[in-house]
Ligand binder design. Structure first.
Ligand code: UFG
Length: 335
């Protein structure tokens, strides 16, 4: 059945892909976004409600004007280094803002919530710091949580609130712990665009195009096969598909649930760079720089739970295919 879904942060990178997928499946998204980092051009104009989670009156207004079956929440500050410099902004947006949103939902009787969480809740994973570990030790949801920075802590605080809200208020929720969101819709119409850009793949593609500086490889002395950090890159449309499944799951299931979302396969910074050279056909200027603080050596997901419980199956398992979608967007970048 068609659902009315409030998509907070729907003008951002992952949110805008979600909006497209919701529409393609016959649902009715309404986007709530303050456009602080999002792009109005990334969604249909008539869908956008400008508002801020820190402003309770703007939240009340959007709930008064629509009747929602569920809320998806992508609106957050998400740069690790910035969270160390400006923790107050992170707690204000990511924790206080989310509590405002949950309170507005409770007032209106909306009781289904999909939350964008992160692999950053795991911190420096146990056994994740050795070359041998990179293939052997996947992180599952039972792994201890110990975020290394304020960003990861704000996400964990919300997950914990959701666990407490479930029995007390009957709030059903799914927290999705993304590993490294990457790629773009194959249409090439929407994609990843941050300012400043901190993420690996857009920085590589900007270096390829000459619209950004040479890529800095942050450290090549990690205990990994080629010395550079290993990450699990998961396509943004595969993430969106998991959210859709989470909506269906909450029709049946009560409580607060947590799922990892990743491919289960790690690629080093050098491997990602090599894939980009192949796909773009360009030689990409790069240099080795010192380690970036707070980077774990290896982060690779065990997503067996999402596969088993949600029936989720990522489609972009090939790094080159994923890179091609990112490249299509970067070549024709519209915002
Ligand atoms: N990297 C570079 N050069 C760059 C950018 C990144 O070498 O210009 C390296 C990083 O050191 C890291 C890897 O590429 O090893 C990936 O870096 P990203 O910044 O793209 O992604 P992160 O793994 O740091 O961060 C992602 C999300 C965060 C989340 C984190 C969980 O973007 O929101 O995963 O650990 F917190």
């Amino acid at each position: 059945a068609s659902m009315n879904v409030l998509v907070c942060g729907g003008a951002g990178y992952i949110g805008s892909h979600m909006v497209k997928v919701l529409q393609e499946h016959g649902h009715n998204p309404v986007v709530f976004d303050n456009l602080s980092t999002g792009h109005a051009e990334s969604i249909p104009e008539e869908m956008l409600v400008r508002g801020d989670l820190r402003d309770i009156s703007s939240l009340r207004r959007v709930f008064a004007e629509h009747s929602f079956d569920a809320v998806m929440h992508f609106a957050a500050r998400s740069i690790v280094a910035e969270s160390v410099e400006k923790p107050a902004e992170y707690y204000e947006n990511n924790v206080a803002g989310t509590l405002n949103l949950l309170n507005a939902m409770m007032e209106e009787g909306v009781r289904r919530f999909v939350f964008s969480s992160t692999a950053a809740v795991y911190g420096n994973p146990l056994g994740g710091d050795g070359a041998a570990a990179s293939s052997a030790r996947l992180i599952d949801e039972e792994h201890s949580v110990a975020p290394l920075n304020p960003y990861g802590r704000t996400k964990l605080h919300v997950e914990q609130a959701l666990r407490d809200f479930a029995p007390a208020y009957g709030l059903r929720s799914v927290s999705l712990r993304y590993f490294n969101a990457a790629g773009a819709d194959p249409s090439g119409e929407i994609g990843e665009s941050h300012e400043p850009e901190t993420h690996l793949i857009p920085n590589i593609l900007r270096a390829a195009l000459g619209t950004g500086p040479a890529l800095h490889i942050f450290g090549d002395d990690y205990d990994t096969p080629d010395g550079t950090c290993v990450r699990d890159y998961i396509h943004v449309n595969d993430l969106a598909d998991a959210h859709l499944r989470a909506l269906g799951f909450m029709q049946e299931e009560r409580g607060a649930h947590v799922f990892n979302l990743g491919n289960g396969k790690g690629f080093s910074v050098r491997e990602v760079l090599a894939a980009a050279c192949e796909v773009t056909g360009k030689s990409i200027p790069h240099e080795v720089s010192p380690r970036r603080s707070g980077d774990a050596a290896v982060l690779v997901a065990d997503s067996a739970k999402a596969r088993r419980v949600l029936g989720w199956q990522p489609r972009y398992v090939d790094l080159r295919e994923l890179m091609e979608t990112a490249w299509r967007w970067h070549g024709a970048q519209r915002y």
